[in-house]
Design a protein around this ligand. Structure first.
Ligand code: AMP
Length: 212
């Protein structure tokens, strides 16, 4: 099964993608995590993307297409894949179709703008493995330390309030039209993303079961 996680920044796409990929035993393609690793390692693709990311803008489609191509060449999607943070534009959605990535479901995690702005203040991210936490809703076992790899947790530069507002408007303008694209194909599954991580995972699992 290839499943897309859609929703505004901070809706819980990364967290729910991790839960789902463990449950289904499939890999996760997170373009945001790939870009952040490329920045941390000083690779050109990351350095080019950084200026867009820091302003809360989308990285150009051709860069994302290159990342997805690389991923497809180096990973076996035999059992399927969770796509976290891609596609983010209609052009990227069409590009996935052209590359033969057959989408089974597009989950839209629904959370309002005000709740997102509140949430983002508490988000902490591991720059090494990409895991995300929230100081109240999903805290790590040891404060400030990643449960998975032991690295120190940080606040992403693009989680600052002004940047979050810019990312929300980019989401409404450029990413929301994708919901209609998958709805027309009968693949869109809206899931309320305002509850706890566990409740949201349960709702999501129930919605996917109906599909299979
Ligand atoms: P994320 O971790 O998914 O919230 O992504 C963080 C930032 O990386 C976004 O605000 C964009 O600047 C960039 N980014 C990640 N994925 C994409 C994508 N598919 N298309 C364009 N930009 C992306």
């Amino acid at each position: 099964m290839n499943i897309i996680m859609l929703g505004p920044p901070g809706a819980g796409k990364g967290t729910q993608a991790e839960v789902l990929s463990r449950k289904l035993g499939v890999t996760t393609l997170s373009t945001g995590n790939i870009l952040r690793s490329a920045i941390a390692e000083g690779r050109p693709v990351g350095l080019n993307a950084k200026a867009f990311m820091d302003k809360g803008q989308l990285v150009p489609d051709d860069v994302i297409i290159g990342i997805v191509k690389d991923y497809l060449e180096t990973h076996d999607l035999g059992k399927g894949c969770i796509l976290d943070g891609v596609p983010r534009t209609l052009a990227q959605a069409r590009m996935l179709d052209e590359m033969g990535v057959a989408i089974d479901a597009a989950i839209s995690l629904e959370v309002g703008d005000e709740a997102i702005e509140e949430r983002m203040g508490g988000r902490r991210t591991c720059t090494k493995c990409g895991a995300t936490y929230h100081i109240v809703a999903n805290p790590p076992k040891v404060e400030g330390v990643c449960d998975k790899c032991g690295e120190a947790l940080t606040i992403r530069p693009d989680d600052q309030p002004e940047t979050v507002r810019a990312r929300l408007s980019v989401y409404h303008e450029q990413t929301e039209p994708i919901l209609g694209y998958y709805k027309d194909q009968g693949k869109l599954i809206p899931v309320d993303g305002t509850a706890s991580v566990e409740e949201t995972s349960e709702k999501l699992a129930a919605a996917l079961e109906q599909l299979s």
